[in-house]
Design a protein around this ligand. Structure first.
Ligand code: PMP
Length: 360
């Protein structure tokens, strides 16, 4: 920290993203990326025309992409907000809708960025515990009279709640914004976006980073009432109107046109998930029932940190958190079948070779 940093950020603990090592190649199952490349149409869209026009600013409204997303989700263009990754949507939502009088509530175990945004904007935050089995009780959020952020499916657990439960939360907090973070919704959970037609306080945040293989392009979008989208735009135009570059916009348009390709990839990820969970079951692991492109799993013989390190030594990266409720688990991104076979083979080796780790 330099002597110039504003005192209001002195205690801020920044978000720590998962490792992105550049030193050697790993089987990378730590940041929930897609193992599949973008569709051939996306690669063509980026390599060709747009690169030659990088001397010109992009369309700040992203009109072509918004129209395509509006058609895909059967909503109006005024219901679509585009952003530089969905982290940006969350940032803008915390900035736009929360203040001292309108605090924010979120689960204690969820995406690690929510408490960082709450701290960044100096917001009173209500952190609501999950059950011991990591399930979220929707009733905890009904009639809360606070803004609410819920990841559905949740991270790092992969557990999802139903659209009916979300509707109950949204309906019972009509004067507050409910943000449903659906970064992982395309891997088996049900999206609540159709509810935006009925509820002007629901904002649904989505991303091209996971199911659409574009984590490197930074493209997120939100669906919500025209009023909420206008508010987010007010913040965007007050910070960085050109927050999406030409290449990302072109890639996004081509990605929406390749919806079938991504749906097929999501089905493959779900099959690989079921396969991986089945194999881990045979090794005595307990795995939460995930509807995301990752699993949260507990080794019968060692804690999450030990398993993480043993896997890393063998060239496989997963993620773990050194926190009381989480430290027995690792979160493993579901990759290609080949990647999962390498992961499983290394897990078997570790269990065979390292009985010294036995601590239960
Ligand atoms: N929400 C959740 C729950 C996430 O895990 C992530 C990925 N780290 C994001 C949002 C943000 O993803 P992106 O900015 O790549 O869209």
């Amino acid at each position: 920290m330099s002597r110039f940093l504003s005192a209001r950020f002195a205690a801020l603990e920044a978000y720590v993203p998962g490792e992105q090592p550049q030193d050697r190649s790993y089987v990378k199952l730590n940041t929930n990326e897609s193992p599949f490349p973008p569709s051939p149409e996306v690669i063509a869209a980026v390599s060709a025309g747009e690169a030659e026009r990088l001397n010109l600013y992009p369309d700040p409204e992203g009109r072509r992409l918004r129209k395509k997303l509006a058609d895909l989700y059967q909503v109006g263009e005024e219901n679509v907000f585009l952003s530089n990754g969905s982290d940006d949507i969350l940032n803008f939502a915390f900035m736009a809708f929360c203040d001292q009088e309108r605090p924010v509530a979120f689960p204690d175990i969820s995406y690690g960025f929510y408490p960082v945004f709450a701290q960044l904007y100096n917001l009173p935050a209500t952190v609501i515990p999950l059950g011991e089995d990591f399930t979220l009780n929707p009733e905890d959020y009904c009639e809360l009279r606070q803004n609410i952020v819920i990841a559905n499916p949740n991270a790092p657990t992969g557990l999802a709640i139903s659209v009916a439960d979300i509707e109950g939360i949204v309906r019972s907090n009509p004067d507050h914004v409910v943000v449903i973070d659906e970064a992982y919704v395309d891997f088996g959970a049900e999206s609540c976006y159709p509810l935006i037609r009925q509820y002007d306080n629901l904002l649904v945040s989505m991303t091209f980073s996971k199911s659409r293989s574009m984590a490197g392009a930074r493209l997120g979008f939100a669906l919500g009432s025209a009023g909420l989208i206008r508010d987010l735009n007010k913040i965007k135009y007050s910070t960085n109107p050109y927050n999406l570059d030409r290449l990302t916009l072109a890639a996004g348009e081509a990605a929406v046109d390749s919806d079938g390709y991504y749906r097929a990839n999501c089905r493959t990820i779900m099959e690989n998930r079921a396969y991986t969970v089945g194999e881990l079951d045979k090794l005595g692991f307990s795995t939460l029932p995930s509807q995301a492109n990752f699993i949260f799993t507990r080794c019968p013989r060692m804690d999450g940190g030990q398993l993480y390190r043993a896997l890393k030594d063998r060239g496989v990266l997963v993620r773990y958190w050194d926190k009381p409720a989480l430290r027995d688990y690792v979160r493993v991104t579901i990759g290609s079948r080949e990647q999962m076979d390498v992961f499983l083979a290394q897990v078997r080796n570790i269990l065979k070779e390292e009985p010294a780790h036995e601590n239960r």
